[in-house]
Design a binder for this molecule. Structure first.
Ligand SMILES: Cc1cc2nc3c(=O)[nH]c(=O)nc-3n(C[C@H](O)[C@H](O)[C@H](O)COP(=O)(O)OP(=O)(O)OC[C@H]3O[C@@H](n4cnc5c(N)ncnc54)[C@H](O)[C@@H]3O)c2cc1C
Length: 340
């Protein structure tokens, strides 16, 4: 029986958790070779990135695989540039590298924690930009067969914090490299929330200026996981029908919402949690962040199950007040019946 491997340093909630084994790979070839000689069934694997979107519950009887594949390469194609980055490259370091080279496109996604390999999984997004707008292709290894496969944009079925890798292909592939499309000339996106204030001076701004502003805003409102354990937004912003939105607006005229299309509206989950009176609420060391109600935090010694219980309480309280069901954005790994 292998000794449990601690995962405390591998999750930004900073909860005590462990797995059966953890293997780290530096090359795609190593993953294929390892799989070829490995009798463990594929449902016993879990692919780990930077651990910034996970809630881990106690001992997890799985083998964790972490692709620590490095390297960033650029290929100029006319006005565009294709960047290819290894799955183990830190996402923010990639964004900074592209900006240092004078290329634009990822500036709104500055300072999102985690690694490049995880970015397509939930189609990371912030400040009006989603990964899919820049996505070209990804390279992956099939954990069943050990074969390499390339997924292009249409194969990934991207949605809001969603892709095929969260559904039909959940846990099936280990992403090894990601290719993104950048521009040589800025095409700034200043349509979202606090960035709108920059729109008047858009012609004088560089992509680096936008990145600096995104970093400034993020640092002023989001807790740093190094100081206060968290996994960013715990819940997704719920999407409701236009009809349900109109009813909610009648009862709560200030409800924070973003129209998606004619049929549906995205509600700000943080606003719902705040209005349910839960900002700063604590159950022991598991808490709702004092400034950002969408972020659940570990004040010190919370276990994964403490944060899970708090999340269930938040979900139930919001449901009772607004009739809206919150779904977790983070991956909950380990035995639990609270969220499906
Ligand atoms: C403070 C904070 C702020 C955040 N802000 C944002 C934000 O603005 N927007 C946003 O979208 N997200 C945000 N997040 C969430 C998180 O940063 C992203 O989801 C990120 O992409 C997770 O990367 P990771 O490497 O840490 O993945 P992990 O948490 O390790 O894994 C996440 C999922 O991806 C899978 N996975 C990881 N790597 C691979 C791979 N190579 N191949 C196959 N599967 C893989 C895992 O199995 C798991 O299912 C935030 C998190 C924190 C802590």
């Amino acid at each position: 029986m292998p000794q449990a491997h601690s995962l405390k340093a591998f999750n930004t909630f900073g909860v005590d958790a462990s797995c059966d084994q953890l293997f780290r790979f530096h090359h795609e070839r190593d993953i294929q070779d390892w799989l070829a000689g490995m009798p463990i069934p594929v449902d016993k694997f879990f692919v780990l990135g930077g651990g910034s979107n996970l809630l881990l519950l106690g001992h997890i009887p799985l083998t964790f695989l972490q692709p620590d594949i490095q390297g960033i390469e650029y290929e100029e194609r006319g006005e565009e540039v294709i960047v290819t980055a290894g799955a183990g490259v830190n996402w923010h370091e990639l964004v900074m590298d592209t900006l240092d080279k004078g290329y634009c496109g990822l500036e709104n996604l500055s300072l999102i924690p985690g690694n490049v390999g995880a970015a397509p999984i939930q189609n990371i997004g912030a400040y009006g930009v989603e990964l899919e707008q820049r996505f070209v292709a990804l390279h992956a290894v099939d954990l069943f067969s050990g074969e390499k496969k390339i997924f292009r944009h249409g194969d990934c079925q991207f949605g809001y914090r969603d892709s095929i890798f969260k559904r039909e292909l959940r846990g099936r592939y280990i992403i090894t490299r990601v290719q993104l499309r950048l521009n040589k000339k800025p095409q700034l996106v200043l349509t979202y929330g606090p960035l709108k204030a920059l729109a008047d001076s858009a012609d004088k701004l560089t992509a680096k200026d936008v990145s600096d502003e995104v970093i400034r805003i993020r640092q002023s409102k989001l807790p740093d996981p190094q100081e206060l354990g968290n996994a960013g937004s715990f819940f997704k912003n719920p999407i409701v029908s236009h009809e349900q939105y109109l009813k909610l607006k009648e009862a709560h005229p200030k409800i924070a919402a973003y129209p998606m299309n004619n049929a549906s509206v995205k509600l700000a989950a943080g606003w719902l949690i705040d209005q349910a009176g839960l900002k700063g609420y604590r159950q022991g060391d598991a808490g709702v962040h004092q400034q950002q109600a969408l972020v659940l935090v570990n004040h010190g010694k919370a276990a994964g199950k403490d944060i899970l219980n708090l999340a269930a309480y938040v979900r139930d309280t919001v449901k009772a007040k607004f009739g809206v069901e919150l779904e977790p954005e983070v991956w909950i790994i380990g035995q639990q019946q609270v969220f499906q």
